[in-house]
Design a protein around this ligand. Structure first.
Ligand SMILES: C[S@@+](CC[C@H](N)C(=O)[O-])C[C@H]1O[C@@H](n2cnc3c(N)ncnc32)[C@H](O)[C@@H]1O
Length: 343
């Protein structure tokens, strides 16, 4: 997507002479699309992102990454000439990424921060401006700024670096910034878990498992579960679920079900609170992808348990795939359905 807002900002900054010169090693934090960097003369680009599809694409395009395709850490240089940060939806994740840029960039190297106005880029730039003098460019409903990494790391940056640590939320669960429901348990997931108490057994799959709330509750309230598979595209969330669930019955898969096949079959139950957003964008097709995968994973007569926001009106999509679904709980905000795979 070469005409993306980020690319436009980078082109604009380059034209103004801010991004001139060759850069040997650069790092990109928080970017979902990385072809925006094609316009810059970067010899080695390292992509840092928790999403499996981003890492897969980066490796395919011969970029470097800090993890391999299994999610294992790779030791890399921590001294980049330039580090790019893109503001994400999560405030703590963005502050952590900015702090990481300060630590990853060599002294006198360049830190570049960009972000959309609707994601609050001004908030971050104002904060940074209090300890580094910024030259800010406005372009394509957002901002971009470049500055030399200072010799001494400011106090605030050291505080923001801590946002990358596991944080404990209610019921003693651990989460990381940028994960779904990073601050508290999702109301929809809480409702779903109250519905499947003592009803799950055998093999269970949790699609889009996040930091593991549904699986943790499933294991707690269903002693007849033999095995539970947590499938999640965000590595930070999956790593939280590993910390939240120490039960030997749990298996963890770093998989993006939109782009990868899952070798799971003959499951007795699938539990899910499917996503409907990618970043800030509403993506209606995600629920169909999740439903299709659920059907594929389930054994004949296996059961799907799903929660969604009432206003999303997924009944028609569900009916296309599971004709005999029933709504087992409904309140002001959510609908919980149970569906049996008949064929
Ligand atoms: C609404 S959240 C539910 C999380 C968790 N099950 C809970 O109830 O708290 C949906 C989850 O699906 C994950 N997800 C989104 N797209 C995905 C994909 N294509 N493949 C796998 N997981 C995905 C998101 O990262 C997110 O954690």
């Amino acid at each position: 997507m070469l005409n993306s807002k980020i690319t436009k900002r980078l082109i604009f900054a380059k034209k103004k002479g801010y991004l001139d010169g060759c850069c040997f090693e650069a790092c990109a934090l928080g970017f979902h699309e990385t072809n925006c960097f094609d316009i810059l003369s970067i010899k080695k680009l390292t992509i840092c992102n928790p999403e499996k599809s981003v890492i897969k694409k980066a490796i395919k395009n011969n970029h470097l990454t800090f993890v391999d395709l299994k999610g294992f850490k790779i030791t890399r240089t921590k001294s980049f000439d330039k580090t790019f940060v893109n503001i994400t939806k999560s405030r703590k994740e963005s502050l952590f990424n900015i702090a990481t840029a300060f630590f990853l960039t060599k002294i006198n190297g360049i830190i570049i921060i960009t972000g959309d106005k609707e994601l609050g880029v001004d908030f971050y730039l104002k904060k940074i401006n209090s300890f580094v003098n910024l030259n800010i460019i406005s372009k394509s409903h957002g901002k971009i700024t470049l500055f030399k990494k200072p010799e001494f790391i400011p106090k605030e940056i050291k505080i923001w670096k801590n946002f990358g640590k596991f944080q404990k939320i209610n019921d003693n669960f651990f989460t990381l910034p940028g994960c779904f429901s990073e601050k508290e348990i999702d109301d929809g997931s809480r409702l779903l878990s109250s519905q499947f108490t003592n009803k799950l057994y055998g093999k269970v799959a949790d699609l889009g498992a996040g930091w593991g709330y549904l699986s943790a509750k499933a294991l707690e309230s269903n002693k007849n579960i033999k095995e539970i598979s947590l499938v999640e595209s965000n590595l930070n969330a999956l790593n939280c679920s590993r910390k939240n669930i120490s039960n030997f019955k749990a298996n963890f898969f770093w998989v993006d079900i939109e782009f990868e096949d899952l070798n799971l079959e003959n499951y007795d139950h699938v539990i899910m609170n499917p996503p409907f957003h990618k970043g800030k964008k509403f993506v209606h097709s995600l629920v169909s992808i999740f439903l299709k995968k659920a059907k594929k994973i389930l054994a004949k007569n296996g059961t799907l348990w799903m929660v969604y926001k009432k206003e999303l009106q997924y009944e028609f999509v569900i009916n296309d795939m599971f004709q005999n679904f029933e709504c087992i709980y409904i309140n002001k905000g959510y609908r919980i359905i149970r569906a049996i795979k008949r064929y």
